[in-house]
Design a protein around this ligand. Sequence first.
Ligand code: L34
Length: 293
Amino acid sequence: MELLDGKRIADEIKAEIAAEVEAIKSKGGKIPHLVAILIGHNGASETYVGHKEKACAQVGFKSQVLRFEDTITEAQLLNEIKKLNDDPDVDGFIVQMPLPKHIDEQKVIEAIDPKKDVDGFHPVNVGRMNIGLPAYVSATPDGIVELLRRYKIPTEGKHCVVLGRSNIVGRPIANLLSQKGYPGDCTVTICHSRTPNIKDHTLQADILIVALGKAEFVTADMVKPGAVVIDVGITRVDAPGTKSGWRLLGDVKFDEVAPKCSYITPVPGGVGPLTIVSLLKNTLKAAKKEVYG
Ligand code: L34
C-alpha cells in the first residue's frame, strides 16, 4: 500500500507555479490576482479560505478576502459580485460555500462572469468541461486527476466507481475520468443515496472515489484488494482532549481499508491540499487568459 501524498504533490505544484509567477514578474507581466468572498463564521470555511490565502502568498499571487456577516442580503452579495466582474485588476474570484440559507447559491454562481469563475461552478464552465473544451475545472475533481497523473496511476480501461453525485465533486470527476486520454478512459459508475446494494458496486472498483460527506462510510469489506481509493470526505468530529476539540474524518475507514489498497489518500493531507492548488492553477490560467482568450 502506498499513500497518495497530496501535501507533497501540492508543494511540488506550488513551486512550479511560483517559478512561473517569477517569470511573469521579470517580464513585467500582470501578477495573478484572486479574490475570495467569505460570508459568516463557519469554522471549516474559515480554515479553507485561510489555506487559499496562504497558498496565494506562497506562490506570489495577489489575493484578498472580502468578509461579510451572514446578515448580508442576496442583492448586496450580487452587487459585490458585479463589482468584481467589472474590476479589471481581479483575474478570478470565488464565493466560498456554503452560503446562508436566505441566499440562493445557484443564483450567486450564475452571477459570476464565467471568465473569472476560477471555481468552475458556472454552468458555462461545467458545460465546456463536460464536452472537453477549455474550461475552469472545479478544484476538487481537478485535484484528483492531478494526483492520479503525478503518481502515474493507470486509468485506461479501469472501472472507476464514484460514490456521490454532487455538482462540485461526484458528477465532474465521473465525467473527467470517462473522457478520452490520460487520466481518463475509465468505465465509470456513479452511486448515490438511492443506490441499492452499494457494496455490489464498490467491490467492482479498480478506482474508488468517495465523496459522500459521510464519515467512515466505506469499510474494508466494500473494497476490492489492490484498489486505488480516493477519499474526498472531510468531516469534523468532536475530539475531547485535543487542542482544537475536534479532529477530521474521511469518508473511508482508513485503518481497516488502507491495508487492502494499492494506493489510498489520507485525510487530512490527501485531496484537500490539491483542491487549493487547483484553484491556484485556475487563477494563473485566468491571469494568462488561457481559457477564454
Ligand atoms: N466556492 N466553496 C467554494 N469553492 C471550493 O473549492 C470549496 N471547497 C469545498 C467547500 N466549499 C467551497 C473547498 O475549498 C471544500 N474545500 C476544501 C478546501 C481545502 C481543504 C478542504 C476542503 C483543505 O485544506 N483540507 C486540508 C485540511 C483542512 C483542515 O485542517 O480542516 C486537508 O489536508 O485535507
